[in-house]
Write a protein that binds this ligand. Structure first.
Ligand SMILES: CC(C)(COP(=O)(O)OP(=O)(O)OC[C@H]1O[C@@H](n2cnc3c(N)ncnc32)[C@H](O)[C@@H]1OP(=O)(O)O)[C@@H](O)C(=O)NCCC(=O)NCCS
Length: 219
């Protein structure tokens, strides 16, 4: 897989086209609820030190298939917020999004010198599994702050320290159901049989997962 900078009009157009799709932008927020970005705005973002974005290719050729980035890059506080979106649906669920995110995390920690990278996932977004496989730690829940089709949803907040990041190096991390409760417990324990959004999970874990309230952040 290659990571390419957003430095040509073609790549900027393509990435903006992916982000214009509701199935992608409904889960995102580029600040103050902005979900749609034009190629021009993407170009401006790509030139700002507060953003680090890369388009990723498939493993077979150099055709771009998705985008992954860090927003709110703060070199003083050594922190940033991870986000991503796949382009062509044909290339989804092959581990490419996980691999790209892992590589972007490596660049963020190693080359930008970040100490912590956070992210959030709207409750109900299946990409929660990707975040859990990357060893992100569940740190809280921001309630009823994200709207899709007029419906309020919670955001689940996660973070990862530089010392906790392991580059997945092209190996697809193990599949299988990983529950939010498992994340709360310690990220690596798989809680088979419990759906992340299930209300039937053990009460004490459920309580831990829902009692938290986080502060807003961009992703
Ligand atoms: C998140 C995203 C980039 C992942 O891309 P990808 O190449 O499919 O990622 P991977 O193949 O590495 O892993 C996807 C994992 O998430 C799950 N997943 C993510 N999106 C899914 C979807 N729309 N439908 C079903 N499963 C999905 C898959 O089941 C898979 O988990 P598994 O391997 O345990 O089964 C892509 O799903 C996407 O663009 N989603 C919309 C935007 C978004 O939600 N971004 C994340 C918010 S920061």
């Amino acid at each position: 897989m290659k990571l390419l900078p957003l430095d040509t009009p073609e790549i900027l157009e393509l990435a903006a086209h992916w982000l214009a799709q509701k199935e992608n932008h409904q889960w995102l927020d580029f600040g103050n609820g902005r979900q749609l970005v034009t190629p021009t705005l993407l170009k401006i973002m790509a030139q700002r030190p507060t953003h680090f974005m890369r388009v990723y290719t498939s493993n077979r050729d150099d055709v771009p298939v998705g985008i992954c980035g860090l927003n709110s890059v703060n070199l003083d506080f050594k922190s940033a917020t991870l986000w991503g979106a796949a382009g062509d649906k044909l290339f989804r669920n092959r581990g490419l999004g996980t691999l790209a995110a892992s590589k972007v995390l490596t660049l963020g920690f190693r080359d930008l010198g970040l100490q912590t990278i956070n992210t959030w996932v709207v409750e109900g977004n299946p990409s929660l599994r990707l975040i859990q496989r990357l060893d992100f730690h569940f740190i809280g829940r921001q309630r009823r702050c994200h709207f899709i089709d007029g419906q309020a949803h919670d955001r689940l907040l996660f973070d990862l320290l530089a010392s906790e990041h392991k580059d997945v190096e092209g190996d697809r991390p193990p599949r299988g159901q990983i529950s939010l409760q498992a994340s709360v417990r310690g990220n690596h324990e798989e809680d088979r049989g419990h759906d992340p959004e299930s209300e039937n999970g053990p009460v004490h874990r459920r309580k831990t997962a829902t009692a938290e309230t986080g502060k807003g952040r961009e992703a």
